[in-house]
Design a binder for this molecule. Sequence first.
Ligand code: FAD
Ligand code: NAP
Ligand code: SF4
Length: 671
Amino acid sequence: MPYTNLLAPLDLGFTTLKNRVLMGSMHTNLEEIPGGFERAAVYFAERAKGQVGLIVTGGISPNDEGCVAAMAAKLSTAAEVAHHKIITDAVHAEDGKICMQILHTGRYGYHPKSVAPSPLQAPINFFKPRELNHEDILRTIDDYVNCAVLAKEAGYDGVEIMGSEGYLINQFIARRTNHRTDEWGGDYENRIKFPIEIVRKTREALGENFIIIYRLSMLDLVEDGSTWEEVVILAKEIEKAGATLINTGIGWHEARVPTIATMVPRKAFVWVTKKLKSEVKIPLIAVNRINTPEVGDDVIGDGCADMVSMARPFLADPELVLKAMENRSDEINTCIACNQACLDHTFQMKISSCLVNPRACHETALNYHPTQNPKNIAVVGAGPAGLAFAHVAAMRGHKVTLYEASDKLGGQFNLAKVIPGKEEYGETIRYFQKMMEKYQVHVKLNHRVTSEALKSAGHDEIILANGIVPRTLDIPGADHPKVVNYIDVLTGNVSVGKKVAIIGAGGIGFDVAEYLSHQYHDEDTILTFLKEWGVDHEHKTVGALQRAAPAPSLREIYLLKRSTGKHGASLGKTTGWIHKASLAAKKVIMLADVQYEKIDDTGFHIDIKGEKQILDVDHIVVCAGQLSSRSLYDELTQSGIHAHLIGGAFEAVELDAKSAIHQACSLAAGV
Ligand code: FAD
Ligand code: NAP
Ligand code: SF4
């Protein structure tokens, strides 16, 4: 059997999990919409069918006050049980197991009824919480227990009590947010009474044969968080109180350390779970940036944990475990940790999905059924759009020929994957490469297609996914040898000097700045990452925070834009701050409201609010946006030949890989 550590069953005494993989909790917003439970049931059942050992739902509040937003999902009355039963029935029909996460958001609740141990507003929330009084606290503990009892009635195999990421329980535990002087505050013993009582009373109410996972914040990554000694005390008490498993929590939502984004190295935080391993007897679950069976197997094999939690990887591929079991891990659509369609959507109150798998959370709407009418289809361009289309169309039974002008598949993802911290984007190319082989797409590399060739080839359908051309500069000196574009920089065609100006501060401008500023070193990447972001790898400090020690930039870099306002406004909702912080730490100079005047041998002449400057730089890298490649389409249309446009070829402004792949899959599902 492959992955002998990961795929071994886990005996919990009263029940056995079929393997060591937990699908971690994700709030998808399906919980919040009419018909959402029916959709969630199909979504979870697909993952259960894909053989995941145990599923945890998104967070469900035990009462009104604990909801993520006003009127958001809760389970506090018998009337709400039936909805959840739709989910548990569907998962059990696939022989799966599922726990419901009980999440009380405390001061993170986006609504005026939010409560907390002390009335301290979170830095990431507009609402100030009301302080819970003693009676409120006792009632809230009972609400957790009631919620767990109702979850059992709804058919869940267990519950996960969310005690980390800075939510209510964490707010009780940490001095940072608990300023009480009564029996629920002050000493650590008092501050942890709240979670211990919740676990103890839940176990008492539900008996032995029910899974209770406690998600314990092992690294708070905020000032006045827990010390390691406190983490150990809490873990032992939680074990005593009756938890079945302890899951790891890393970082509060308000922490300024990236914990799951793509620049976080794989398994960057499993060392902290390992540190706890010898302190308790119940199984531990390791989390964060575990995205392949290989990594999961190593984590367990290295003795870091008994189980691994993967959350987003199950959006990217519901069959992750099944493929691992069948030794087909090269067919796994790997989560690249971009957050663009999952977490960014969640925080924008949209339904979560996945950039590399737009079916995620849309399983009832987007399906790839075998075609009754096989066609001969030409796809032009093997970027994300062309590859996604070719994959789905060929899987449905069409005969697909994929033409690519360059010598490789992947389009702009070949540029994205060379950005430090975006290496995962190479996994998407690997996945599509495998799918082209599996579904026998006829791939023609080094084939720049012309409209003449397409006209004579006799295809039933023509899909133009031929991408974009970079926008060029239109100022005096735009053709000066100092001026280069991002493609030449990222493909290594030009060797960039020590002083650089980047024109355009969109996604690509930021990525190019990261690329040009970055120093490569041989040191362990996890340790380097932790040091750069100020994480105390030995957890000797309070909250595991220490002074950040970012590596200095290799170059003096100016990141310029014409518009006013702060840099990075167009970047991802949950990742933009990381890119900004990273460049700020490397002292990249960000200039806004800039007019570009000319480029000559003396440098780059600019005007900032009437003040003229000459930037004495070696190179000016143009990252000024992109334009759709429309000439093929126009030529075909003029000849009366119909073609479909997708991806960058369809729309370059505001285009990203998420919309390119979504558009391609939607078209291929119906062609
Ligand atoms: P492309 O990827 O441009 O692919 C078009 C393909 O068509 C190319 O391979 C080209 O060679 C081929 N082609 C062109 N003409 C012909 C012809 N006549 N015959 C045959 N083949 C032809 N997006 C995100 O969502 N998230 C990110 O984090 C992200 N990071 C990025 C980082 C960088 C550095 C860059 C450059 C882009 C990034 N993007 C990102 C943007 C993303 O890569 C694009 O939105 C996406 O690649 C568009 O896909 P596409 O298939 O439409 O076009
Ligand atoms: P972009 O995000 O639209 O940024 C283009 C930049 O060029 C803007 O900052 C704009 O700034 C500037 N610009 C536009 N016209 C110009 C002109 N005529 N002269 C000088 N400057 C000009 O596009 P991009 O950076 O090329 O990225 C392309 C796509 O890839 C984007 O849609 C993006 O979503 C995607 N991408 C995403 C990520 C990610 O991390 N999510 C990373 C990379 C790329 P001013 O108008 O202010 O000057
Ligand atoms: Fe992973 Fe990106 Fe998909 Fe989210 S959107 S699941 S981070 S690949």
